[in-house]
Design a protein around this ligand. Structure first.
Ligand code: UDX
Length: 439
């Protein structure tokens, strides 16, 4: 099937290449010439395990192209909208200008019987509004909402092997046509028996924001427990293990530490609250404000902890920050808790050196005031404290004995509860972590 994908960021680029893998002919459209240029030359514009290979493979098949000209989307039977919905400046709501622009850009190429399938995370009500617009301007064109649940670091796997498909469909015969087109797009995934949930537009839009709100709540729950652990001397890691054995609770997303960041969870819970307010249902999501507060408090607590271990003052202290991406296996620094802490430490007078296996260039571009170095060893040279703020495998595997020879003071702060406390303390380090007793 010929398919177009409008918006070739994280979501769109991976989706486009994955659709080729599923057997289709795909044209990826984006307004950003640099991004399109890189993708055409098989250069991934971001770090994502497995994506570079997938991109090369899909381009080599001759069935994938990227362009800035939306005219090339003509003739596609399905047009996916994969553009970003960032938080508005100074407001909680989502900025829908890119979704609107993408939808309008399709109007000249769209034909009756073709399907526009929205994948972007949007406030509930957006799909119905877009369906009205398409209905007015291109009678017979169809709209479905088909949210995506991919996680950065696992984007390729999550796209090719999703745990569920969600189709938000129009009613009646249009719904049948839209369903049939989506089933054809995802044929190999459907054939494997992947669970499929068919809904109206509003439910499909809410599935995504509800899922992300639940995940954020789970993380903030365990981080609230971490605050209590700090007050009582209990251990949040053992607590998470113990409650996680109850399969009604589950151990996943109960890793206490610096909390959530990235381009999705923080802005999605805020946009959800904003939308609930518009709908007069703000009380229903009032708890998400607390989820957000708990999350942001962890960053402040981390800075306090660093000051505490640096004998009460950060002024002039050399602090090594290992990890800057919002999570490992990603170079994404959007709303990164690690960078937030690094910047705060610097503002409070510490001499901060940051390192990250993948995000270095992004930090240099967006945070030129931070000193970025290429290795953990360089960052830790004569450091008064070492902070592990993103749990990259290479930091978990550091040898505390040899690493201890580089630093001035063997003080480690484990912002992600990711290090083996016993090995580090046995090597003479003082170990501190959020929600756990000093070791
Ligand atoms: C998230 C959703 O998981 C995904 O389904 C959706 O499509 C997009 O948003 P992503 O932003 O890639 O994906 O990151 P995720 O793995 O959810 O992690 C979000 C943040 O939570 C990270 O900063 C991570 O470090 C943090 N986190 C995660 C914790 O602090 N504790 C945990 O137990 C899990």
């Amino acid at each position: 099937m010929k398919i177009s994908v409008v918006g070739c960021g994280y979501l769109g680029a991976v989706h486009a290449a994955s659709l080729v893998e599923l057997g289709h002919q795909v044209v990826g459209v984006d307004v950003d010439e640099r991004k399109v240029g890189a993708l055409c030359q098989a250069r991934s514009p971001f770090y994502e395990p497995g994506f570079q290979d997938l991109l090369e493979h899909s381009l080599a098949s001759g069935r994938l192209s990227f362009t800035t000209d939306v005219g090339d989307a003509a003739g596609a039977r399905v047009h996916f909208v994969c553009v970003g919905t960032p938080q508005k400046h100074g407001e909680y709501g989502a900025d829908l200008q890119f979704v609107q622009a993408a939808a309008e850009s399709l109007l000249p190429v769209l034909e009756a019987g073709e399907l526009v399938a929205g994948k972007s995370t949007v406030p509930v009500g957006t799909a119905a509004r877009l369906a009205d617009m398409f209905g007015d301007k291109v009678p017979g064109a169809l709209l479905a909402w088909n949210p995506e649940f991919l996680r950065e670091g696992f984007a390729v796997r999550d796209t090719l092997h999703p745990d569920r498909l969600v189709y938000g469909l129009p009613s009646g015969a249009d719904g049948d046509t839209a369903r049939a087109l989506l089933d054809e797009v995802y044929a190999p995934i459907v054939a494997r028996g992947t669970p499929k949930v068919e809904t109206d537009y509003a439910t499909a839009e809410m599935v995504k924001t509800a899922a992300n709100s639940f995940l954020a709540t789970k993380i903030s729950f365990i981080n609230a427990m971490a605050e209590l652990c700090e007050a009582t001397g209990a251990d949040v890691k053992l607590l998470a293990d113990a409650i996680g054995y109850d399969d009604r609770i589950g151990r996943k997303f109960l890793d206490a530490g610096l909390g959530f960041g990235g381009g999705c969870l923080p802005k999605d819970i805020r946009a959800f609250m904003a939308r609930a307010g518009e709908l007069g249902a703000d009380q229903a999501l009032a708890f998400l404000r607390e989820v957000d507060n708990i999350n942001m408090r962890r960053r402040i607590r981390m800075v306090e902890l660093a000051r505490e271990v640096c004998d009460g003052s950060l002024l002039g202290k050399r602090v090594a920050v290992l990890g800057a991406a919002f999570k490992p296996d990603s170079d994404d620094i959007r709303d990164s808790p690690a960078l937030n802490v690094a910047a705060q430490l610097q503002l409070q007078g510490a001499v901060v050196r940051v390192t990250d296996p993948a995000a270095g260039d992004n930090i240099r571009r967006s945070w030129p005031q931070l000193d970025v170095v290429d290795s953990a060893e360089e960052a830790a040279e004569r450091a008064d404290a070492v902070l592990v703020l993103t749990e990259w495998k290479q930091y978990k595997e550091l040898d505390p004995t040899s690493f201890g020879r580089i630093v001035k003071q063997k003080r480690v702060l484990d912002g992600r509860n990711a290090l083996d406390r016993d090995t580090w303390t046995a090597a003479g380090w003082s170990y501190r972590a959020l929600g756990r007793r000093a070791g």
